[in-house]
Design a protein around this ligand. Structure first.
Ligand code: HPA
Length: 270
C-alpha cells in the first residue's frame, strides 16, 4: 500500500507544480464549487495510477487543482462509495494520497437524510461527530506507523476550530445551519422507517452513505477535518416519506449556493 500511495503522489507531483495544503471532497451538493475554482488543472481519475474509477450517475471523476478565492486547493470531483463495490482501502486511497502530498486540512461534503425533528429539507448540517456503522473498517489490517497510529484518537474527529469558524460565517451571512451527528452506513438502500428511528435513538441526527471512511483515514493521518451534510430528505419518526436518488440530487442542487458560500469563505479564512 505504501508504494502505491507514493507512486500515485509522484504521478500527481509531476503534473502539478504548486501542491496546496487544503483538499475538498466535493460530494452531492457541492459539485458546482468547481465553477468557483480558478486556474484549474484537471487530472481525470482514469489517468491516475492506482486510483479507482467512479461509477455512480452524477459523480464524475477528476482531481482538480486551482485557486478558490485566494487559497490554492485540491478538489476531488467525485468520490468512491463502499456500496459501489470498492473495499475500504480503495474508498480511502485518495485521502492517503492527499496526506502524502502534504495536505493538512480536509473539507468534505455529502447529502444525508435528516432524522432530527427540527431539521428541514435543504438545511446545511455542520457535522460535529459521527457514528461509524460501516461493516468494514478502513484501518483494519496491518498498521503502517508512517501513516498513523494503530489506535487513533477520535475524540475530536471534526475540528472544533473549523466548526466555530463555519458557524460564525453562517451567522454573518444569515444562512441557517444546524449541527449534528452523522451516521455513516453502507447503503445503497435508503432507510426503512424503523432504521431511521433506530439511528436517531442511538444519537444520530442525519444518515448517509459516505464521509465516515474518508474522515477516519484523514484523522489517522493527522489532518484537520471539517464536514457538512445537506439534508435532502427526512427520516423523522411519523413522517418518513418515499425518497429517490433524483429527489436527493434536486434538494442538494437547491441548497448548493448556501453550502458553497460557507465553504468558500471557510476555506479562505482558515
Ligand atoms: N439515507 C442515506 N443516505 C442518504 C439519505 C438517506 O436518507 N439521503 C441522502 N443520502
Amino acid at each position: 500500500m505504501l508504494e502505491q500511495i507514493k507512486e500515485t503522489a509522484s504521478y500527481i507531483r509531476a503534473q502539478i507544480t504548486d501542491i496546496p495544503k487544503t483538499a475538498i471532497i466535493l460530494g452531492t451538493g457541492l459539485g458546482a464549487l468547481v465553477d468557483h475554482i480558478d486556474e484549474k488543472q484537471y487530472i481525470p481519475y482514469q489517468e491516475i495510477p492506482n486510483f479507482p474509477i467512479s461509477t455512480v450517475e452524477g459523480h464524475s471523476g477528476n482531481l482538480i487543482f486551482g485557486k478558490l478565492g485566494n487559497k490554492r486547493v485540491m478538489a476531488m470531483q467525485g468520490r468512491f462509495h463502499f456500496y459501489e463495490g470498492y473495499d475500504m482501502k480503495q474508498v480511502t486511497f485518495p485521502v492517503r494520497v492527499m496526506k502524502e502530498l502534504g495536505i493538512k486540512t480536509l473539507f468534505v461534503s455529502n447529502a444525508a437524510g435528516g432524522m432530527n425533528p427540527t431539521f428541514q429539507i435543504g438545511d446545511i448540517m455542520v457535522i460535529n461527530d459521527h457514528i461509524n456503522l460501516f461493516p468494514e473498517h478502513p484501518l483494519r489490517g496491518k498498521n503502517f506507523t508512517e501513516l498513523g497510529d494503530r489506535f487513533p484518537d477520535m475524540s475530536e474527529a471534526y475540528s472544533h476550530r473549523l466548526i466555530n469558524a463555519a458557524l460564525n460565517i453562517a451567522e454573518e451571512k444569515g444562512i441557517r445551519v444546524v449541527q449534528g451527528v452523522y451516521v455513516g452506513t453502507q447503503g445503497p438502500t435508503f432507510e426503512t422507517p424503523a432504521e431511521y428511528r433506530y439511528f436517531h435513538r442511538i444519537g444520530g441526527d442525519a444518515v448517509g452513505m459516505s464521509t465516515v471512511p474518508e474522515v477516519i483515514v484523514a484523522r489517522h493521518g493527522g489532518m484537520e477535518v471539517f464536514a457538512v451534510s445537506v439534508i435532502t430528505d427526512l427520516g423523522v419518526e411519523g413522517i418518513v416519506e418515499k425518497v429517490s436518488h433524483e429527489e436527493v440530487q434536486k434538494a442538494a442542487q437547491q441548497a448548493q449556493p448556501k453550502m458553497m458560500e460557507i465553504m468558500k469563505e471557510l476555506v479562505n479564512r482558515v
